[in-house]
Every structure is written in structure tokens, then in C-alpha cells.
Design a protein around this ligand. Structure first.
Ligand code: NDP
Length: 341
């Protein structure tokens, strides 16, 4: 056990893309648990695009991180010292420690890591929040039917890689969109997508149209920007668009330039009777989590779902890794290994 608690603090709010100066590392004493509390040691920290929203004080569905406070984030932790009747030293838990080595909890925000999980970090990925997001977003909102064409953005990432594979299990034709040849090859050769288009290609929109000769029935939106522009004219009547994220816009400081396309969007939605629905995964935990966990665990065990982790060692590297996530530098679910499990 090291003798300090390192924390990554929000040093200032970013304007546009975050930089290393928006973060600082602080060392404080390791907190001491009182009766009814546990001391948690962070083993794995999940880095997720939503954290860009928490760095900003613009109104959102969750409160911002205050400047001077540690960054928030989901973690897998080990109970280092328990003064709580439900936890023993050594228990592995899903927690929300944020970007730091140690944290206290009264147990109310903890979940024991299911022993069926093949390795603990997966509780932050395929068998955790991103997996649940893919499952609910695609099945409940996207409602894919066998034979339909599903297009998925950020196709090699934590959520997108799973959306495409679930759509394949459901009998759909799956077209991914990803940044660069390596990620696209991973989507087709490893994950079994029917095609994957590189959004950096100059003729990206033409390539996407060629890959979708029957149009698009479900577009799983995680990006926005030019990817959505290319998808819009290809949408079929009665298409569904789960709006999961808009990562191309998270660093925007103003509305995008160019002609106002709201009229075009609204007319397409109206005349083609398209359903476009945003969702935040928190709303689904009570009633959908158990089914997800059991089904996804089976698919992973049977080899029907593959996953890729991008593990980065060291809490001190979290800012750089997070900055890279917003630039497409991660390849798979981005997780910081803070300590060995
Ligand atoms: P990923 O692992 O997919 O990593 C993010 C990826 O986004 C990058 O690797 C990059 O992939 C792509 N990307 C980044 N910037 C751009 C850009 N300007 N244009 C196109 N692609 C870009 O992250 P997650 O799977 O964790 O998250 C995917 C999306 O899902 C995000 O929008 C996130 O906010 C959202 N989300 C929403 C949830 C909800 O409750 N609604 C819950 C969880 C996630 P590439 O190199 O291929 O471009």
C-alpha cells in the first residue's frame, strides 16, 4: 500500500479540446474509514467520452465537476479496509472513486463484482456500462429486425463494437464507420461486420452509400458531424436512430458553421416517419440491467461477442489518454490500470 493518495484534479475548464493544463495531479493523505465505511483502492479507472461534458459547466443531465475537485469516473476497486458489515477486506467492487488511488464509501454506491466476470476490468466495458449502453440502445430503441441494414458509428470503440456484433446476432447487415484502415479491418475481420468505412476518406459519403445499397434501417449515432450528414440521405422509411452520443461535437465552442440543416433533417424525419430518440443509460439500470448482464455474459462465454480493451498503465497518464480518446487515439475500451489486481 503506497502512503499517499494521488488525485487528478480539474485545474481549469477547457475551451475547445482539453489540454494537459486542464488537469493537475495532487497528493493527499490516504483517507481513514470510520465505522460503516470502507477504504477502496482503485484498480481500474474507466475513461469515457461523457467526462468531457463534466469538465464543462454548461447545463447537462448531470452536474459538472467543480474546478479544484477530482475528476469523476467509474472504477473497479478492492476493499482495502472494511468497517462495514457487508464488505470484507479484499472484496472487488464496482465503484465511482473518480481519478484517484483511494476513496471512502459507505457502501450505498457499491456493487460487488459478479464472480462470473472473467476479469475485473470487463465490469467497466463489455459487461458494464458501455456494454449495457450498446444492448439497450440497439435493442430497445433501434429495434433491429433480421435482414435490415444497421450502420454504427465509432465502430471499433467500447459501445460501437458491441452494437455491431449484437446486430449481427440479430441477423442484420452491419456497416461500421471508424477512423482509419486498422480500425476498419478490426471491425470486419475480428468483429464480423459486413463492411466498415473510414470516415477520414475523402469520398466517405460515396463509400457509405455504396455499402448500403438497400438504404439504412437503423443508424446507431455516437458521433454526429459529417458522419450524420452522410447517413441522412440514406435513411429508409421507418428508420430508427438511437442517439447515444455526439462525440464530434463535444469540443465545440459554437454551433457548427454552414447552412442551417434543421429544415432538411425535420423534413426527412417527417416524410420518412423516422424515429430519432436520445437516451442516457442511467435511466435503464432498474429494469433492464439483469437481462443485459445475463445475456451478454452468455454471448461472451460462447464467443459470440468479442471485445477489445485499450489498457493504459498509471493514473498519471489518465489526462493524456483521455485527450486521446476525443481524438480517436484509443483502440477499444479505454481503461487506466491504476494498480495491479
Ligand atoms: P469509444 O471507445 O468509441 O471512443 C471514442 C471514439 O469516437 C474514438 O476512438 C473515435 O473513433 C471516435 N471519434 C472521436 N472523435 C470523433 C470525430 N470527431 N468524428 C468521428 N469519430 C470520432 O467511446 P465509447 O464507446 O465509450 O463511446 C461512444 C459514444 O457513445 C460516445 O459518443 C459516448 O459519449 C456515447 N455514450 C453514451 C452513453 C449514453 O448513455 N447515452 C453511454 C456511453 C457512451 P474513430 O477513430 O473510429 O473515429
Amino acid at each position: 500500500m503506497q502512503n499517499v493518495n494521488r488525485k487528478i484534479i480539474l485545474n481549469s475548464r477547457p475551451v475547445g479540446a482539453p489540454t494537459e493544463n486542464n488537469f493537475r495531479l495532487e497528493k493527499t493523505a490516504i483517507p481513514v474509514p470510520e465505522k460503516g465505511q470502507v477504504l477502496l483502492r482503485t484498480l481500474y479507472l474507466s475513461l469515457d467520452p461523457y467526462m468531457r461534458g463534466r469538465m464543462s459547466d454548461a447545463p447537462s443531465y448531470a452536474p459538472p465537476v467543480e474546478v479544484g475537485a477530482e475528476m469523476v469516473g467509474g472504477t473497479v476497486s478492492r476493499v482495502e479496509k472494511s468497517l462495514h458489515p457487508d464488505y470484507q477486506n479484499g472484496d472487488l467492487v464496482l465503484s465511482f472513486n473518480g481519478w484517484q488511488d483511494y476513496a471512502l464509501s459507505d457502501g450505498s454506491d457499491l456493487g460487488k463484482i459478479d464472480p462470473r466476470i472473467p476479469k475485473p476490468s470487463l465490469a467497466l466495458g463489455v459487461l458494464g456500462m458501455p456494454g449495457f449502453t450498446a444492448y439497450v440502445g440497439l435493442l430497445d430503441i433501434g429495434q433491429p429486425k433480421a435482414g435490415e441494414t444497421v450502420v454504427v458509428a465509432a465502430a471499433s470503440g467500447a459501445v460501437g463494437s458491441l452494437v455491431g456484433q449484437i446486430a449481427k446476432i440479430k441477423g442484420c447487415t452491419v456497416i461500421g464507420v471508424a477512423g482509419g484502415e486498422k480500425k476498419c479491418r478490426f471491425a470486419t475481420e475480428e468483429l464480423g461486420f459486413d463492411a466498415c468505412i473510414d470516415h477520414y476518406a475523402a469520398d466517405f459519403d460515396k463509400q457509405l452509400a455504396l455499402a448500403c445499397p438497400k438504404g439504412i434501417d437503423v443508424y446507431f449515432e455516437s458521433v454526429g458531424g459529417k458522419v450524420f450528414d452522410a447517413v441522412l440521405p440514406l435513411l429508409n422509411t421507418a428508420a430508427r436512430i438511437p442517439v447515444c452520443g455526439l462525440i464530434a461535437h463535444y469540443n465545440d465552442t459554437a454551433l457548427p458553421e454552414g447552412p442551417d440543416r434543421l429544415g432538411l433533417l425535420a423534413r426527412t424525419l417527417l416524410t420518412k416517419r423516422i424515429k430519432m430518440q436520445g437516451f442516457i443509460i442511467f435511466d435503464y439500470y432498474n429494469h433492464r440491467y439483469d437481462e443485459f448482464f445475463s445475456q451478454m455474459s452468455d454471448w461472451v462465454k460462447e464467443g459470440k461477442i468479442k471485445f477489445r480493451e485499450d489498457l493504459v498503465d498509471g493514473l498519471e497518464n489518465a489526462p493524456q489518454a483521455f485527450i486521446g480518446l476525443l481524438q480517436g487515439k484509443n483502440f477499444g475500451k479505454l481503461v487506466i490500470r491504476v494498480a495491479n489486481d
